[in-house]
Design a protein around this ligand. Structure first.
Ligand code: HSE
Length: 297
């Protein structure tokens, strides 16, 4: 069976709504081979759909059809380490895994660039799927089905602390909370900060990240849906984080921290979460993944 390793992602990075994202060193693994029929199972405790509605299967089958290749069925095994529906790119990982698995089984008829386009169209926005494929920090625009993007490798000296609540938040619900129309001033507020975020993360000007992560397009509407979200932001800054933001559509909250402060941050953040009554929230210390999706045959 071929193996596809897909990184978790953290989209938006505060101000870069639907346009900035980065890949993290937490991975889902997908094992795939062509068979007659359908056989899908999980290699861990997670429950996965085992029929035609499995997102990896659906995506892979779709790509076979688009490429005009005969499709008999698939045997898929999944190892899911990316928590589901928490704003860390679990559905992107399924789409990207399905695309790379199918492309490899067909003998690689499509380039990585074409897969970037397919993934973004299927996902609806490019800020999770593109970093999942390319790794690093990605600035991406989708226009007429084509992704225009730049991937930048960023330092491994940053730590990305994920505060993962014990409740799910679907992208659909998180998007429904947003206004249809925004004030011109809010547009300017965000676009200046998104540009600052992209270039500051890449160039190491981390003193800019707190301002760059500020946002008026989605976080003010979503933070209230995450219990104690505002308290976690305050906590992250009190403990010296460069930036705090809602990862993707939530519910995970992210803090970017210097590696020199990571041990203290971890100990104190854990203790504070427990004091807030959130012992069940998971605190993970992650790093950038600069490689993106990897396939082994
Ligand atoms: N940019 C998207 C959102 C990320 O915030 O809704 C979710 O995939």
């Amino acid at each position: 069976m071929i193996q596809v390793r897909i990184p978790a992602t953290s989209a938006n990075i505060g101000s870069g709504f639907d346009s900035l994202g980065l890949a993290l060193n937490l991975y889902n693994y997908i094992y795939m081979e062509q068979i007659d029929g359908i056989e899908i199972k999980s290699r861990d405790h997670t429950q996965v759909p085992t029929g035609e509605n499995n997102l990896i299967y659906k995506t892979a089958k779709h790509l076979f059809e688009i490429c005009g290749k005969p499709f008999t069925g698939l045997h898929i095994e999944q190892e899911n380490n990316i928590p589901m529906t928490r704003g860390l790119g679990s559905s992107s990982a399924c789409i990207v895994g399905g695309l790379f698995g199918a492309n490899t089984l067909m003998g690689n008829p499509l380039s990585r660039e074409e897969l970037v386009n397919f993934a973004a169209v299927m996902e609806g926005h490019p800020d999770n799927s593109t970093p999942a494929i390319l790794g690093g920090l990605v600035t991406a625009v989708i226009d007429d089905g084509k992704v225009y993007c730049v991937k930048q490798e960023i330092t491994e000296k940053l730590r990305f602390f994920t505060f993962i609540p014990d409740f799910e938040m679907s992208t659909e619900m998180a998007r429904a909370a947003l206004p249809k129309v925004i004030d011109h001033r809010d547009g300017v507020f965000n676009l200046s900060r998104a540009a600052l975020m992209s270039v500051s993360l890449y160039s190491g000007n981390f003193q800019n990240l707190k301002i760059a992560a500020q946002d008026k397009l989605h976080q003010p509407y979503r933070l209230g849906l995450i219990q104690d979200g505002d308290k976690v932001f305050d906590l992250a800054y009190e403990l010296g984080a460069y930036a705090a933001y809602i990862s993707g559509a939530g519910s995970t909250l992210m803090a970017i921290v210097d590696e020199a402060q990571a041990d203290t941050f971890e100990k104190e953040a854990r203790a504070a979460l427990d004091r807030m009554g959130h012992a069940s929230w998971e605190l993970k210390k992650l790093m950038i993944d600069n490689l993106g999706t990897q396939v082994s045959v």
